[in-house]
Design a protein around this ligand. Structure first.
Ligand code: LRH
Ligand code: MN
Length: 397
């Protein structure tokens, strides 16, 4: 049983937790080798928003959807009104905007890092168009990931590409609205396998600082080398006030984009702990956007998303159970075992009963997945979409 203080800490944390859903998490995505088509998958933006709205209806903590510009607004700004309307119908707001500077043939040797100034201009134009779309949709975050890099030593001038990226990001930052943020996502490899232009947190931090005051770093949990201490990176970025957001997922090997907590739930707990301990210690709210970034190739996409949101709530609630006062004392006294037990005791606590009560107290179902299964939503969208989905050998996502 939790003490009143512990229950209040969990309820307090749950009350301020929101997680953004990726539109692409509802679409048929695949591996390098095959795309297993799901009959109920979403292909159009209205289907993606409808599915996201359904997940929010059952979980109550994901009122925003992240969009990928060329996947969700293939006709650019002309689609903005329709998207705004559909989001409203689904009871959602538009979250972070993700430009696509990686799917056109012209980006073979890079986008902002391409040796050809004409292609760098094309990429910058797409960023500027994405910023404009974000402003029209009332979106706060422009979330930037670049596939840019190379596959073989000596084939690109790494210094020149660094300079071109700095120029491009600074130019994009200048177009931001004062309330808009630029989140820079790093990734060590894939699809490039010799160098990636924004390969780690240090490079992303440098580019964010160089771009301007509204730029921050985005941490995708799948974008790290095997033994890398992700929560240490998070602590640094928090302390430097340069942490803007997360792409949450899980992995065993590389950027596997598996459902959160399916492989290493303690990893996500340790990240949430660093953030909540920072907030306790500083009394400051960390201005972080949590976004799910997963591709559900085998699990049913709706259930995988609801499972992920439920797991995120549980891990965040567990991190809220850490006794920050006692932990700070043990850390200062170098009481190693007692300090570690503060985390282990919190992590091994069963927070599901408190979450169920909290959910019911705000009119959400105690068990979102069971409620979703009872809703008949999956049967309905399967009937509506299967013929179209199974006929398409469509593009990626
Ligand atoms: C790249 C990435 C990026 C998205 C994409 C869907 O691996 O994490 O954040 O644009 O996945
Ligand atoms: Mn990502």
């Amino acid at each position: 049983m939790f003490t009143t203080q512990q229950t209040d800490a969990v309820i307090g944390a749950l009350g301020k937790f929101e997680i953004e859903l990726p539109s692409w998490g509802f679409a048929n995505t695949g591996t390098r080798f095959v795309k297993f088509l799901q009959p109920a998958a979403a292909t159009s933006i209205d289907e993606k928003l409808s599915d996201a709205g359904e997940v929010h209806r059952h979980t109550g903590v994901c009122p925003r959807v992240a969009l990928h510009v060329l996947w969700d607004l293939p006709n650019g700004a002309s689609g903005v009104e329709a998207v705004q309307h559909l989001a409203g119908l689904a009871g959602l707001r538009i979250g972070s905007i993700h430009p696509n500077t990686f799917q056109e043939q012209c980006y073979k040797h890079g986008s902002l890092g391409n040796p050809d100034p004409a292609i760098r201009k094309l990429a910058l134009d797409h960023l500027l168009a994405s910023i404009d779309i974000g402003q029209r949709l009332g979106s706060r975050d422009l979330s930037l990931w670049f596939a840019d890099g190379s596959n073989y030593p000596g084939t690109q001038n790494l210094r020149h590409r660094r300079q071109w990226f700095e120029e491009g990001l600074r130019a994009a930052h200048q177009a931001l609205h004062k309330d808009q943020r630029m989140l820079i996502e790093y990734k060590p490899f894939e699809p490039a396998f010799y160098h990636t232009d924004i390969a780690d947190w240090g490079m992303a931090l440098w580019f964010a600082k160089a771009a301007g005051p509204n730029a921050r770093v985005l941490v995708d949990t799948g974008h790290h080398y095997q033994a890398q201490n992700i929560e240490q990176i998070v602590s640094w970025l928090l302390d430097l006030d340069m942490l803007g957001g997360f792409h949450l997922n899980d992995r065993r090997y590389a950027d596997d984009d598996l459902t959160l907590g399916s492989i290493d739930p303690y990893q996500v707990f340790r990240i949430f702990h660093e953030i909540l301990h920072f907030e306790w210690e500083t009394g400051r709210r960390a201005d972080i956007a949590y976004t799910i970034d997963q591709s559900h190739n085998l699990k049913g996409k709706m259930e995988a998303m609801i499972q992920t949101v439920t797991m995120a709530l549980q891990l965040y609630a567990k991190a809220a159970l850490v006794d920050h006062e006692r932990l700070a004392e043990f850390q200062n006294q170098c009481e190693l075992v007692d300090a570690e037990r503060c985390l282990q005791d919190a992590f091994s606590s069963d927070v599901r009963p408190v979450i169920r009560e909290w959910a019911e107290s705000k009119g959400s179902p105690a068990d979102p997945l069971e409620e979703f299964r009872r809703s008949g939503y999956l049967e309905r969208i399967t009937a509506e979409r299967s013929e179209k989905n199974l006929a398409i050998a469509g593009s990626y996502a």
